[in-house]
Write a protein that binds this ligand. Structure first.
Ligand code: SF4
Ligand code: SF4
Length: 369
């Protein structure tokens, strides 16, 4: 492995902040298998020479969930450091895309002519952007969401595309900025000013990089006037799993709880929720290189759920947690409450998800003809 000639300035300042201010209190280490393995952020900066590319690769074992940053009494940002290390690894030319070919292929297809679609009616300045996972896993719910939103916003458009969060999180920053920049530019050029999203990852990307576009989640949108369909008490109490991409979005967390209250569901908060929520295990694509670290998050979440059903608002979290515990997507609850009540929500698994996305595109093209 080759070395880097010097630290990029941003990395130097982050390393200095951590090495001089981290008191090694251990708050960030408690729940994180990655930090348990490598030590406190201060120990990591002491024990690793990041001018050596071989040390940079360890950043791909961090889930980028941000819990360390949320709990740090010194207001340090270890999660930002690990993303920076990923970016430097890529910039140094050492990233091997074949390791992540499944997720990168998924992202690429989401942007391709075959899967992407823009339906923009006359006078459209607001679009629904459902992302990739929801349309693939829950085609009927996605279509229902669009119809529900369009009954309120008659000129609502729809955009099927990928926000390219996987490239962002893998540190492929130049690539990410090029492809997302093109998407943003295209939308703005067609008069779009507001984007309604269903996916927390899309929200994060539009919020951080969607300059000139306002972004809102459908959960905030529907929370203003929630429909009330009380659930039978037999369903029992539920707990909300906040996706880590939403840990700093208190308004969205509250909107979700408001919607669940409107459904008559009793909610029990878990120890890690809101700003201190846990990763579902899927974050940072860690399971590709360190499945044991990803599994550790799932185990913690299962323990905290105490056997209760989880409700979340991210299709990725729903899929990852749903492998080992009952997990419901709030979008299904909003669109198909009866099916959810009867545990009969059809969830499509890969590779059939691609077929569902093509079916959705066809249906939307017919609707917007
Ligand atoms: S996995 Fe999460 S808590 Fe652990 S270091 Fe990475 S961002 Fe921080
Ligand atoms: S929580 Fe902050 S101060 Fe404590 S060990 Fe982690 S980075 Fe250091």
């Amino acid at each position: 492995m080759t070395g880097l000639k010097s630290f990029p300035l941003d990395l130097s300042s982050q390393l200095t902040a951590i090495s001089t201010q981290c008191s090694e209190c251990g708050a960030c280490v408690k729940s994180c298998a990655f930090l348990k393995h490598y030590g406190t952020p201060s120990a990591i900066t002491r024990n690793h020479d990041f001018t050596q590319v071989s040390f940079l690769a360890m950043a791909y074992e961090c889930s980028l969930c941000g819990l360390c940053t949320a709990v740090c009494p010194e207001k340090l940002e270890p999660s930002r450091l690990f993303l920076t290390l990923r970016r430097i690894f890529v910039a140094a030319g050492h990233f091997d895309p074949s390791v992540y070919r499944t997720i990168l292929g998924y992202e690429h297809r989401g942007r391709s002519r075959l899967f992407a679609y823009q339906g923009l009616p006359a006078d459209c300045d607001t679009v629904f952007f459902p992302g990739c996972n929801l349309p693939g896993s829950r085609m009927a719910t996605t279509l229902h969401l669009y119809e529900k939103l369009r009954s309120i916003i008659p000129a609502l458009g729809v955009v099927l595309n990928c926000c390219s969060k996987p490239s962002h999180d893998l540190g492929r920053q130049d690539h990410f900025e090029a492809v997302f920049g093109e998407l943003r530019h295209t939308l703005q050029g067609q008069g779009v000013r507001r984007v309604l999203v269903a996916c927390p990852n899309c929200y994060t990307i539009f919020h951080q990089y969607g300059e000139g576009l306002s972004v809102q989640t459908i959960y905030e949108y529907f929370a203003v006037e929630p429909g009330t369909v009380p659930f039978p008490s037999a369903w029992g109490a539920i707990s909300v799993h906040d996706p880590c991409a939403m840990r700093n979005s208190e308004g969205i967390q509250q909107a979700v709880r408001k919607l669940l209250s409107a459904f008559g569901l009793e909610q029990v908060e878990m120890k890690h929720q809101g700003p201190r929520t846990l990763c579902c295990g899927e974050g940072g694509m860690v399971s590709t290189v360190r499945p044991a670290f990803a599994e550790r998050w799932v185990k913690l979440r299962r323990k905290e759920s105490g056997g209760r059903r989880l409700v979340t608002y991210c299709a990725g979290c729903c899929g990852f947690l749903g492998k080992t515990m009952p997990t419901v997507h709030l979008a299904d609850l909003l669109c198909q409450p009866e099916a959810v009540r009867l545990d009969k929500i059809p969830v499509t698994r890969p590779p059939l998800t691609y077929l569902q996305r093509l079916r959705l595109k066809r249906r939307l093209q017919q609707l917007l003809r």
